[in-house]
Design a protein around this ligand. Sequence first.
Ligand SMILES: Cc1cc2nc3c(=O)[nH]c(=O)nc-3n(C[C@H](O)[C@H](O)[C@H](O)COP(=O)(O)O)c2cc1C
Length: 156
Amino acid sequence: MTGNELREVMRRSPAPVAVVTGIDDREEFGLTVGSLVSLSLDPPLVGVSIGKDSARHEPMRNAGAFAVSILSERQAALAQHFARSGVPPLALWVDVATRPGKHGPLLEGALAWLECRTWAEYDAGDHTLFLGEVVSTELGATGRGLAYRDSTYHPA
Ligand SMILES: Cc1cc2nc3c(=O)[nH]c(=O)nc-3n(C[C@H](O)[C@H](O)[C@H](O)COP(=O)(O)O)c2cc1C
């Protein structure tokens, strides 16, 4: 059983698309994730799994907190932008409409936002599973969200 076989299976399962942002030593980082899950209501906990090879993995560990923007169907270009490799930290934010959050920039136009304190980190093979205690939530405009399935973005 290989990782590629698992990937083939999971490609058929639509994943909600979000951008996780944070601040490490005054430098803002952000990446697109399909791994956001709601885990507990009391306390309110969510999880995101971040690849250990990602340049954003260490910033995520150091930050100790993160923000999540849950993308709308109109934000596929932003999802692509925050999935790009090798973008210098400052260039990541050029022409991206944000407002400051407590734990990371919040992307304008998202469906909803979460601000989280890192509650726990678990080794998850080639990823680290970050559990975030949700300290605040905010709802944006209503509408359809963005899902990723078969390497393509879909309204959901
Ligand atoms: C739809 C989508 C979902 C993704 N989900 C995750 C994820 O849950 N965790 C993760 O570490 N990377 C995920 N990625 C990849 C990251 O957005 C990004 O490409 C990667 O962190 C780049 O690493 P680098 O900065 O080292 O090049 C996803 C990419 C896409 C397009």
